[in-house]
Design a protein around this ligand. Structure first.
Ligand SMILES: NC(=O)C1=CN([C@@H]2O[C@H](COP(=O)(O)OP(=O)(O)OC[C@H]3O[C@@H](n4cnc5c(N)ncnc54)[C@H](OP(=O)(O)O)[C@@H]3O)[C@@H](O)[C@H]2O)C=CC1
Ligand SMILES: O=C(O)C1=N[C@H](C(=O)O)C[C@H](O)C1
Length: 288
């Protein structure tokens, strides 16, 4: 495993002694979670940053343990902590895949520390998203319902196809996830729905069809519908279906490894190091 604790000194220039800039210090919140553990591994494996803290909920059984050992591997020299204030005060970036209220609390501390806050958490209400905004006046917030390269490319394609096909083509988004997922539709599905709505020059708030159950009546022209499947260990699958008389176009992304989300989050954290306060997404990071 790569860097943790303090940054290594780098080779000085030929004649002039130089002081190497320290590698950005990263805090992973929700470090015991499915994504939290992926993120801890991604940071430890990276040569471009160092893990300064693995943060968990107050009183979590992992507190005080070495995070490598807690995850079932070898010790890595970073203890698990539940002291968010002092952990985040030492961070240049925070990787946060937790729950909406936890991410809101973290945003306040990230703003105080002027640290880049990468938020992968999904399931925010519109009111919760509005509460994130003040923190972005003090530090960069990079938030996306899906941090993978493939899904962000799919969102760009969805926007283009929706613009090209027009309202004679119905748009439905179908997503599947593991049995433990707590929010629906997925953050990715909503992201793809927003891209489709933008392609049609509108917003998802205007076009979204409520979940169907019972006597729904016929489909409203121009609307965007969502369906969610939950079961087993599905990492994440998304279809954007464009359906019209006699034909369908289906754009699909299949995630088979959560490492894609962790890699995307880390890339975002490093990209954000020289950015000013504000709200960004992964399309900004990728320049697409
Ligand atoms: N944007 C993206 O690319 C992706 C986003 N996600 C999103 O990331 C989030 C986490 O997913 P996943 O890792 O599968 O979920 P898990 O339930 O496995 O992990 C969530 C973690 O957050 C912690 N947590 C939850 N609530 C709080 C709280 N109020 N205070 C402190 N800690 C808290 C949990 O701690 P404890 O166990 O102690 O409750 C746990 O460590 C979800 O919103 C999911 O949709 C997931 C994958 C990719
Ligand atoms: O909860 C998950 O697992 C995932 N959540 C994100 C979402 O809500 O879209 C991203 C990914 O699909 C996995």
């Amino acid at each position: 495993m790569g860097n943790q604790g303090t940054a290594p000194a780098e080779e000085a220039g030929r004649d002039q002694p130089q002081i190497a800039a320290p590698l950005p210090g990263v805090v992973v919140t929700g470090a015991s979670g499915r994504m939290g553990q992926m993120l801890v591994r991604a940071v430890l494996d990276s040569d471009a940053c160092r893990l300064v803290a693995a943060l968990v909920r107050p009183g979590h059984p992992w507190v005080g343990m070495d995070v490598g050992a807690a995850m079932g591997g070898v010790p890595v020299g970073v203890p698990v902590t539940d002291d968010a204030v002092s952990a985040i005060a030492r961070a240049q970036a925070i990787l946060d895949f937790t729950a909406p209220e936890a991410s809101l609390a973290t945003a306040t501390l990230a703003a105080q520390a002027r640290a880049v806050h990468v938020i992968g958490t999904t399931g925010f209400t519109a009111e919760q998203l509005a509460r994130l905004r003040p923190a972005a006046r003090h530090a960069p917030i990079i938030r996306a319902g899906n941090m993978s390269l493939g899904v962000n490319l799919l969102a760009a394609l969805t926007r283009k196809v929706a613009a090209a096909l027009g309202t004679a083509w119905d748009i439905e988004i179908v997503e599947a996830h593991h049995r433990m997922k707590v929010d629906a539709p997925s953050g990715t599905a909503l992201m793809l729905g927003e891209a489709a709505a933008e392609g049609r020059g509108d917003s998802l708030a205007d076009l979204r069809t409520p979940a169907r159950d019972g006597m729904t009546g016929a489909r409203a022209a121009g609307s965007i519908g969502f369906a969610s499947v939950r079961g087993g260990d599905v990492v994440g699958e998304h279809d954007v279906i464009f359906a019209t008389e006699g034909e369908r176009v289906v754009l699909r992304h299949l995630a088979t490894d959560r490492a894609i989300f962790a890699r995307g989050a880390l890339r975002a954290a490093l990209w954000g190091q020289d950015k000013g306060p504000g709200e960004y997404d992964v399309a900004d990071v990728l320049g697409i």
